[in-house]
Design a protein. Sequence first.
Length: 276
Amino acid sequence: MIHILFGATASGSLKHTLRKMGLDKKDTVISFWDIFSVGPIYKLNEEIGVKSRLKWMEKCMSDEFDEIPDYLKEFKRSLDQINSVADEEHVTIWTSDNAHEQVGLRFAVYLLKDKNMDITVINTTKEYEKRFPVKNVKYTLLHSGEMIPEKFQHIYEHGAGNLMTDHDRTGLKKEWLSLAETRETLRIWQNGKIFSVSEDYFDEFIIDKVKKLHGKGNARKFINSARVIGEVIGHLDQYVGDTFLEYRIRKLIEAGVFETKGRLEAMRFYSIRLKC
């Protein structure tokens, strides 16, 4: 079995699960670690698109842990792993109800277009809701990385997922080709579809959270940007990652919306507040 996932946390959880089940020598995990809901995906299935995405990351995203230089190598490694999957293998693609993993699903299906194989899709949002309901609590799994290894194991052991038809695969390949012609750098998941939006789409949401953190009155104290980002993530029904949100905060600083205190090297080193 070949597993394809989108995100380091989700793939790490599944690898842990496979080791626990004694399947780590039999099953293979292929992972893309970046977030496909943000950044350019124009012609990402071609060399020009991969380099364009890397260039955008280097320009726009802070890199406190020096991970971006390894992006090209890791991305190409994942592509090579997918290209080397043999015909007749069974591939399981793990996805969820968010733009990141739904774009990833379409990208993976496109990359497997010439392979003669069965592909199963497991939607962790839907599986979690069906298999792990909590009485009197409404909880929606936002992305696969939120799920602990024990839940992965339960879903895997119970044969979850849907086997894709040729019609399904053709439809997702077409959707990928359409996405790969878009120029926007932000995508959202709404009503079961992927929408490309302007990168300032969440700016007002960020500003509103800062206003609420300031509270009533005129005591506009500086708030650590990491706390602001945590507040935004906690109330956002989309998955875009903290680095993109920090990028938008820096753009709002440039626009004169926020004033700062500290060093803008990384989110934990500076605080912000609304300008008068």
